[in-house]
Ligand binder design. Structure first.
Ligand SMILES: Nc1ncnc2c1ncn2[C@@H]1O[C@H](COP(=O)(O)OP(=O)(O)OP(=O)(O)O)[C@@H](O)[C@H]1O
Length: 243
């Protein structure tokens, strides 16, 4: 379970990018974070795994407050948190398999990681995930030859190599055509259900939030202005969120 309590962040003294944001997200659910540009969506997502340090509040993942952990303990917990990025963050000249295997680097010794020494079990798991993402024909293809939708599914497979409890997805479909975007959202939905993941996804497309999320939170100028189910999100509320 993810429990966020009164999370606050200011990058500069004159402006709060997150103002006392609180919400909960359960395993097996997709939470969509919506709101206009500059509302604080990326700041919130990056605070959830402490990629940026926030100023106040709590981020409890299974009752453990990530804000209270020392560097080493935080690194351990981060292995349970997968990240999906708008621009995929793949190593383009490397193959799909190599990129997916990079997902287990955090759990390997420095030497094994540097020498890319992977076990047979890790390779088999990576190939199974590539298959699960519908990319088995591309396992040995360089990522630069893939479409955006395929690259994003490589990014998801790489995150799954970490055996995450939680997936943080920062605008994962912003660069994709509608068909690829739908496939990525369907994949995230299925993963939440099948693997009981906590999926948090920043979205610009309210329709996608309505179609795939269990829970929507909306930010405007760093404040939580909506927290509820997609059904409860009326057109009037959407207008107010984006006002
Ligand atoms: N490194 C930074 N230094 C100073 N201000 C920042 C920094 N990063 C973000 N901000 C400010 O914090 C606020 C929230 O930004 P954030 O990127 O979280 O919004 P967002 O909702 O993700 O926007 P977008 O949808 O455009 O990606 C904005 O006003 C932004 O200018």
């Amino acid at each position: 379970m993810l429990v966020v309590n009164s999370l606050a962040k200011s990058y500069t003294h004159d402006k709060q990018s997150l103002q006392a944001v609180s919400f909960k997200a359960a395993p097996g659910t997709v939470t969509a974070v919506i709101g206009p540009s500059g509302a604080g969506k990326t700041t919130l997502l990056r605070s959830l795994n402490q990629l940026i340090s926030d100023d106040a509040g709590q981020v409890l993942l299974d009752d453990q407050d990530l804000r209270q952990l020392n560097k080493r303990a935080l690194q351990r917990v981060r292995r349970n948190i997968g990240m999906i990025f708008q621009n995929y963050n793949l190593i383009e000249p490397l193959t799909v398999l190599e990129n997916v295997l990079h997902g287990c680097l955090g759990a390997k010794s420095m030497i094994s990681g540097m020498l890319s020494l992977y076990t047979t079990a890790e390779r088999e798991e990576a190939l199974a995930l590539i298959d699960e993402m519908g990319l088995s024909d591309f396992a040995y293809t360089a990522c630069r030859q893939l479409s955006g939708g395929q690259k994003q599914r490589v990014g998801i497979a790489r995150a799954l190599m970490q055996h995450p409890k939680m997936l943080l997805c920062d605008e994962p479909i912003a660069s994709l055509d509608p068909k690829s975007a739908t496939l990525v959202m369907q994949t995230l939905r299925q993963l939440a259900d099948a693997k009981q993941l906590i999926v948090i996804v920043n979205l610009h497309q309210v329709e996608m939030a309505r179609d795939y999320a269990d829970h929507v939170i909306a930010l405007n100028q760093g404040q939580l202005v909506f927290d509820g189910t997609p059904d409860a999100l009326s057109d009037t509320q959407i207008q107010a969120i984006y006002a």
